[in-house]
Design a protein around this ligand. Structure first.
Ligand SMILES: *Cc1c(COP(=O)(O)O)cnc(C)c1O
Length: 398
């Protein structure tokens, strides 16, 4: 009999979105005549722009001809895409080289898979509330987690405590679910803390494209010293509507070196390369072809159009809630609006109330950690009409 990885038993019963789907489906079965509006799951809805679509088609055609056919590609991604990403960073005056870029099927896989590089015994800091993947993947590996409280007191932007040591620090900025975004000074404190502690920052920048305030950093590498202490995860999911197409990339700087227990210096870039070449065979050529077009001037302009549309939805949601005297977080540099449930309600209770009385689906804050217990997340990824209608229903309900 195989001995199982019983760490799985320590995971919370169900993944947040499965529980939401379960409750929504149950409601729909019993109320087939009601129109349910979903402002819950963080999935985009607008179609991919024509420039990227044209390149995806081109990729398909190339596979149908012997002289342009592609088999296995480089596990780390095609050079044409890696260098497009390098150029994208250089537009923000950040200098990376193409073999620091690892193309993947998305940031969820990479933020989970990165745990392969670290021993079980590490002090791991994870903000609470946060994207559940960081927590669950560490629990699967039997690691202990120290939670960093993010709450109204610190504006959902927890800062390092110089008196306590950590080895691995997860940061998601702009944050999912709170929308809170660190400024340069705050991120500098985290980088300094990481350097001081010989720690590593795992920086999730999946929402960098939603940053409107030009003073806010869109990459951890905008901070001096970060190349020595941070890995950055990015995704085309929210940037370019690739949630179903699947493509992301992870930056592992070559300056990132740590010493083993026997005193040997190891490059994390080399380790990640070894990990990926062993366990991953790369993203499909077609998708990479489309992904490279995202970074063209035309492709990016089309992505920006979509992002603007979502940002207007976010503004509508935040304005509607504010009108009810509800204080909102996020929504400006992020597609997410985060707020305290009215009347001191518990977030799952508020979820049920919103679903059954207004037929609006949101995401209970409790699904993101204990500090989310009384909070709620709405997303701007719906269509305009539905967003307006949802807010009208919420206006009537509250
Ligand atoms: C959506 C999201 C991602 C992107 O995941 P993909 O696997 O690239 O679709 C990564 N991190 C966070 C926090 C997210 O919300």
């Amino acid at each position: 009999m195989p001995i199982l990885n019983e760490n799985y038993l320590n995971l919370k019963e169900s993944y947040l979105f499965s529980e939401i789907a379960h409750r929504v489906n149950n409601y729909i079965v019993h109320n087939p005549d009601k129109k349910v509006i979903r402002l819950g799951i963080g999935d985009v809805t607008l179609p991919i722009g024509p420039t990227v679509i044209a390149k995806l088609h081109e990729g398909v055609e190339e596979l149908g001809s012997a002289d342009t056919f592609k088999g296995y590609g480089p596990e780390q991604g095609y050079e044409f895409l890696r260098s497009a990403i390098v150029d994208y960073y250089s537009q923000n005056k950040i200098s990376i080289v193409s073999d620091e870029v690892f193309v993947s099927d998305g940031a969820k896989s990479d933020t989970g898979n990165i745990t392969d590089l670290f021993d079980k015994d590490n002090v791991i800091l994870i903000p609470d509330p946060v994207y559940p993947v960081y927590v669950d993947t560490n629990i699967m590996n039997g690691r202990k987690i120290t939670y960093l409280d993010a709450n109204e007191t610190n504006q959902f932007l927890p800062m390092p405590d110089p008196k306590t040591h950590a080895d691995i620090i997860y940061i998601c900025s702009p944050n999912n679910p709170t929308g809170a975004t660190y400024n340069k000074e705050q991120l500098k404190e985290w980088v300094d803390y990481a350097l001081e502690n010989d720690a590593i920052i795992l920086f999730d920048a999946a929402y960098e494209c939603f940053i409107t305030d030009a003073a806010l950093p869109r990459s951890i590498y905008a901070i001096e010293g970060a190349r020595k202490c941070a890995i950055e995860f990015c995704s085309l999911s929210k940037t370019a509507g690739f949630t179903g197409t699947r493509c992301g990339y992870t930056i592992v700087p070559k300056d990132l070196k740590f010493t083993t227990s026997t005193g040997i210096e190891i490059s994390l870039n080399a380790m990640w390369n070894r990990r990926q070449t062993t366990k991953f065979n790369g993203v499909s050529y077609i998708v990479q072809k489309g992904a490279a077009a995202v970074f063209s001037a035309e492709g990016m302009a089309q992505c920006r159009e979509n992002i603007k549309y979502y940002q207007e939805n976010a503004r509508i949601i935040a304005a509607g809630l504010s009108q009810k005297g509800i204080r909102c977080f996020g929504g400006v540099n992020s597609p997410y609006i985060w707020f305290k449930c009215p009347n001191d309600m518990d977030s799952w209770d508020f979820f049920d109330e919103l679903l059954t009385k207004a037929q609006v689906v949101g995401t209970p804050g409790a699904g993101f950690g204990k500090n989310g217990q009384k909070f709620f997340r709405l997303t701007s990824f719906g269509n305009r009409e539905n967003t307006i209608e949802a807010m009208a229903r919420i206006d009537k309900l509250l």
